[in-house]
Design a binder for this molecule. Structure first.
Ligand SMILES: Cc1cc2nc3c(=O)[nH]c(=O)nc-3n(C[C@H](O)[C@H](O)[C@H](O)COP(=O)(O)OP(=O)(O)OC[C@H]3O[C@@H](n4cnc5c(N)ncnc54)[C@H](O)[C@@H]3O)c2cc1C
Length: 387
């Protein structure tokens, strides 16, 4: 494992840093959710002006052909300055790579530029009330009628559907085929007649995700990606790109910042006099460092051209458990006021720790639950029987 950076990588980091200094908002995010979304879009646009959105995309489509190491540096620097996340992350991480693999040239030229500039926001219509971990059980149907597919069904947990102009959608196009076989992959105009979006209120008070109802929604034939009934194959590519290694790197840096702040806050409040508190803080620090080493190991493999396999499931479960442990420690160690949210005059650290605690519950669900990751580890790494 070589942990040093090349001169080109150092230059890359400095250029990025200087663009970030000019682009990261100096003000707090607005309380109003629509205004907060626009605040994030404005940040993405400023980053795009410098060519710093979708850096892993090919240059021909507005990216930088960034190497795994450059992507890691990008994730580190974004976390270091606590940059807001890009609101079009479904477009950047999921749609772009899927179109690169399976889209037509016409689809790429039409849809890819608007993703980077945040002019067209995307959402992902995959999960359904009866199809989450077992996604291939999905029941939304699409039937061909002339030059259109007609789609009906219900989706759920759709992040940013209320802001999205376009969606990628999975629907069953051959009900008689085996469940993984009869699925197709579509691009859907979220302004089409027959789409109803109902926001879901989360524990944090925000409504990032939604239920989406589709009632005879017409989707032109030209908006099918790949071939009919072969959507499952495309889905595997989309999901492989959904998070990527850079996600774990960014999260590790953020968790390290949070542990440092927690230690500082606990020290200021005299909580570190308790040996159990010291043990708990030391354990969190230690696990955050373990995650850094896991990421470095993953990066080394990527640098050697090895595609990560089931070991990403170890990183994912480790990250989810650690993120929740940090959130729980924040409210447990800093006294009752640590449970107050932003806006309260007595909130500790602006209510950041309790917000983290609430949001961290999603870490063991989104992108494949902990139980599913453990099934993958058991089957693929330990050779144990399928569940
Ligand atoms: C923050 C967030 C954002 C999301 N955004 C989107 C989005 O934009 N678009 C989208 O389509 N979806 C989105 N999702 C949905 C997400 O993909 C699903 O929540 C996830 O796949 C789990 O599915 P489920 O919620 O239906 O749970 P289920 O699959 O019903 O699981 C329920 C419980 O059963 C366990 N379980 C299920 N099967 C097994 C098994 N075989 N062995 C052992 N245990 C099992 C699970 O681990 C879980 O604890 C989002 C979720 C979150 C939390």
């Amino acid at each position: 494992m070589d942990l040093s950076y090349t001169p080109e990588e150092e230059t890359f980091r400095l250029e990025l840093r200087s663009h970030l200094e000019r682009s990261v908002p100096r003000d707090e995010p607005p309380e109003d959710l629509d205004a907060e979304f626009e605040w994030m879009c404005a940040f993405q646009r400023r980053m795009h002006e410098g060519g710093w959105v979708g850096i892993h995309w090919p240059r021909a489509y507005g990216g930088r052909d960034a190497t795994p190491m450059q992507q890691a540096i990008f994730a580190e620097e974004m976390a270091r300055v606590r940059a807001p996340q890009f609101p079009n992350r479904v477009g950047i991480n999921n749609v772009g790579p899927t179109l690169m693999h399976f889209g037509t040239e016409e689809q790429r030229r039409r849809f890819m530029p608007g993703i980077l500039s945040a002019d067209e926001i995307w959402c992902q219509l995959y999960s359904e009330p009866g199809a989450g971990s077992d996604l291939a059980a999905l029941r939304t149907r699409a039937e061909l009628d002339g030059d259109d597919w007609v789609v009906s069904g219900q989706k759920v947990w759709t992040s940013y559907a209320q802001h999205a102009r376009w969606a990628i959608l999975l629907a069953r196009t051959d009900p008689d085929a085996r469940k993984h076989r009869g699925i197709s992959y579509f691009i859907v105009d979220m302004r089409s007649p027959g789409i109803e979006i109902r926001p879901l209120r989360q524990l944090t008070g925000a409504s990032e995700f939604n239920e989406v109802f589709l009632d005879n929604v017409r989707v032109p034939r030209s908006n099918l990606i790949g071939k009919p009934n072969e959507g499952w194959q495309l889905t595997q590519v989309t999901l492989a790109h959904e998070r990527g290694t850079n996600y774990a790197i960014k999260e590790q840096v953020l968790m390290r910042i949070e542990v440092d702040e927690l230690v500082e806050e606990a020290r200021r409040r005299g909580a570190t006099a308790d040996p159990r508190t010291r043990q708990r803080l030391a354990q969190l620090f230690l696990e955050t460092e373990i995650m850094r080493f896991m990421n470095l190991q993953m990066l080394t493999r990527l640098g050697q051209g090895i595609t990560p396999g089931a070991e990403t499931s170890i990183v994912k479960t480790f990250f989810a458990d650690l993120s929740q442990a940090i959130g729980d420690a924040g409210t447990a160690l800093l006294g009752p006021h640590a449970q107050l949210v932003r806006g309260s005059r007595h909130a500790v650290a602006g209510g950041r720790f309790v917000l983290h605690q609430m949001f961290s519950r999603a870490a063991s669900i989104a992108g494949g639950t902990n139980e599913i990751q453990k099934n993958i580890i058991a089957q693929r790494m330990l050779g144990l029987p399928r569940d």
